[in-house]
Design a binder for this molecule. Structure first.
Ligand SMILES: [Ca+2]
Length: 240
């Protein structure tokens, strides 16, 4: 009888797992730009795919570690690495994510940090605006008004909610081409994706739930009957 216990549990779990709605984990990769690890900073040009999970688009950007310019007040929002979408000087640079798993019809919240900088010895780099696309569709422009009057990094978190259209999605960020957005030090870091709600479940159907309930009930009854039979067998005096 002992061997039957895990078998019963396995049957029940497998049956329930088969009926559970399929909800994929959101899997945006390297949203904090922490890989690969870099010691200082370097320029990445359009088409570059060396930043794990991302492709450089639009214009040259700078992939950098806080160690490069921390002495001037320029540091990451999360971890110790981030992007400056403006490269050395410029607008329009950005990154597009590799496709990540989503569930069609499910709602997601995308959060990301935009950085504006007041650089030691240089002064304000000004306000910055970052444009966002989701699945190639424009999804808004987001501005960080620099709130510093001395050396430091001003990171602000922005969020966007969206409904996934398919089994995979992409997000793309670029520094704005508007002259109201700085062409220096447009920071991007700490991109996160969380599923808010699952789509309405296609399964389980009430009928199939009832079938499972009936099936589990039958298994339980059979087990109880076996237990009773077993007890009866052990209780009977040996005739040997
Ligand atoms: Ca980071």
């Amino acid at each position: 009888m002992r061997a039957a216990r895990p078998l019963f549990a396995a049957v029940a779990l497998a049956t329930l797992a088969g009926l559970a709605p399929a909800v994929a984990q959101a899997s945006l990769v390297n949203g904090g730009f922490e890989t690969p690890d870099v010691a200082s900073w370097g320029l990445k040009h359009v088409g570059d795919t060396s930043i794990t999970g991302w492709t450089v688009v639009g214009n040259t950007l700078s992939f950098q570690d806080s160690a490069a310019f921390a002495h001037l007040g320029v540091v990451a929002s999360e971890g110790h690495q981030f992007l400056e979408l403006s490269g050395v000087v410029g607008r329009g640079g950005g990154v597009r994510s590799d496709p990540f798993a989503t569930v069609a019809g499910a709602s997601y919240r995308l959060a990301f940090d935009i950085g504006a900088f007041f650089v030691g010895g240089q002064g304000s780099y000004g306000n910055v605006t970052v444009d966002l696309w989701i699945d190639g569709q424009a999804a808004g422009s987001f501005t960080n008004l620099l709130g510093l009057s001395s050396a430091g990094s001003d990171w602000e978190t922005q969020t966007v909610d969206f409904v996934a259209a398919g089994a995979f999605s992409t997000v793309e960020f670029r520094s704005s081409l508007l002259t109201s957005s700085s062409d220096l030090g447009v920071g991007l870091d700490n991109i996160r994706l969380n599923e808010l709600t699952s789509p309405p479940p296609a399964v389980p159907e009430p009928g199939s739930l009832a079938l499972v309930a009936a099936g589990l009930g039958a298994l339980a009854l059979r087990r109880i009957a076996t237990l009773r039979d077993n007890r009866g067998h052990h209780a009977a005096p040996s005739s040997a």
